[in-house]
Design a protein around this ligand. Structure first.
Ligand code: S3P
Length: 442
């Protein structure tokens, strides 16, 4: 899973992007579909599963803990679960690769099972903070020995029965919320997550879909109280995974900034807790149409038509950050091509993603000739007004798929090619990114 050989890749000024594409399945939903199916009793079927390295790491871990998971030739995945409470002791360390979501959510599952698991990951993942899940899961009774700084490698010994908890999230994190709810599945009584700032709600939707007793109440202050009753019994499901809006984001911005472009991206998930980027780009003057809005697998979906547009810089409201938390790297590229100044604030969480996305984006943007100022909690970018960027530099991707794809898109509007030092990380979330780009360039 951990690839040590770097594969540089260059991206240069593009012809207009045209045509229709479908993007791969949503990463967050794919992880959850595998985990919950692996805990149901009986066979679940999943279509549209994202077959990126991160999700495959989750599949391998669930197999190591007893689930049977198979991909059929037609692309449908069949999962035979072990039942809540039935996870088996894995015989080897669980290799999470680059995936924070796999790590934190699976730690939640292990925390309330009578098993011990060791989690390891690549250099990026091993630098990311796990204290945010160690703390609540420890309060539920799990015994966790982490590397210094609360990092991977770490070992977690679950407790069954675990102790139910009411926990107020100290930061906006769907991963922390989900880790606690998943631990709550096998914990007798009510486990409650108190969420002052709403984050993606795929766990809540899917847990209910699988038959868990889960309620969400919003109090007078707008704080969400999510309560799950354990020990739950999950019923197998048939799941259709919608296209990932965080992957669509790269082509949405590419079409907005490459002159003459007009593309349609089919079947994009547009759950309100994920769709912030579309609104922000709309405020900047982006011509984005949502067509054929519908529901797929309990999630709102639409086809997204995007045409080249003159963008104008704005001050991005920090309140929208959680609904586009993974889209800031590509928004910064859009801002670098806009007219005037874009100001972003309230983005401290970007510093603990697959890389420090504020520092890494600022360094890369500077290297390709954009004007950018890095602040503690955001970037200020003065755009080119639609003119090409100079480009002509090699950008360090720091094992961060979204950094790599963002600078690939920047290369499409640069005078001299932009080289990504290692393109391999793209396969964690979007294995056919380059193939789809080539399709739109024909
Ligand atoms: C995710 C939650 C977000 C996001 C990540 C996927 C999830 O992380 O950045 O890519 O699937 O729950 P945080 O919970 O750290 O914000």
């Amino acid at each position: 899973m951990t690839d040590q050989t770097a594969t540089p890749q260059s991206f240069s000024a593009s012809v207009p992007l045209r045509g229709q594409i479908a993007i791969p399945g949503d990463k967050s939903i794919s992880h959850r579909a595998l985990m919950l199916s692996a805990l149901a009793v009986g066979t679940s079927r999943v279509t549209g599963l994202l077959e990126g390295h991160d999700v495959l790491a989750t599949a391998a871990a669930m197999r190591a803990m007893g689930a049977s998971i198979e991909r059929r030739e037609d692309g449908e995945w069949h999962i035979d679960g072990v039942g809540v409470g039935g996870l088996l002791q894995p015989r080897q360390a669980l290799d999470m690769g680059n995936s924070g979501t796999s790590t934190r959510l699976l730690m939640g599952l292990v925390a309330s099972h009578p098993i011990t698991a060791t989690f390891i990951g690549d250099a990026s993942l091993s630098g990311r903070p796990m204290g945010r899940v160690i703390d609540p899961l420890g309060q539920m009774g799990a015994d966790i020995s982490a590397s210094p700084g609360g990092r991977l490698p770490l070992m977690i010994r679950g407790l069954a029965p675990a102790v139910p908890l009411a926990y107020r999230l100290p930061m906006a994190s769907a991963q922390v919320k989900s880790a606690i709810l998943l631990a709550g599945l096998n914990t007798p009584g009510i486990t409650e997550v108190i969420e002052p700032v709403p984050t993606r709600d795929h766990s809540e939707r899917m847990l209910r879909g699988f038959g868990a007793d889960l309620t969400v109440e919003t109090d007078g202050e707008g704080t969400r109280h999510i309560r799950i009753r354990g020990e739950a019994e999950l019923r197998p499901q048939t799941i259709i995974v919608p296209g990932d809006p965080s992957s669509a984001a790269f082509f949405i911005v590419a079409a907005l900034i490459v002159p003459g472009s007009d593309i349609t991206i089919a079947n994009v998930g547009l759950n309100a807790t994920r769709a912030g980027l579309v609104g922000v780009l709309g405020q900047m003057g982006g011509n984005i149409e949502l067509l054929n809005a519908r529901e797929v697998g309990g999630e709102p979906v639409a086809d997204v038509r995007v045409r080249h547009s003159t963008l104008t810089g704005i001050e991005v409201d920090p309140a929208v950050a959680p609904s586009m938390i993974d889209e800031f790297p590509i928004l910064f590229i859009a801002a670098a091509l806009a007219q005037g100044r874009t100001v972003t604030t309230g983005l401290d969480e970007l510093r603990v993603k697959e890389s420090d996305r504020l520092a890494v984006m600022a360094a890369g943007l500077r290297a390709i000739g954009a004007r950018v100022e890095e602040r503690a909690d955001g970037l200020i970018i003065d755009g080119s007004g639609g003119d090409s960027l100079p480009g002509g530099a090699t950008v360090a991707g720091h094992l961060d798929h979204r950094i790599c794809m963002s600078f690939a898109v920047a290369g499409l509007v640069s005078e001299a090619p932009v080289t990504i030092d290692d393109i391999a990380p793209v396969a964690t979330s979007f294995p056919n990114f380059e193939a789809l780009l080539a399709e739109l360039q024909q």
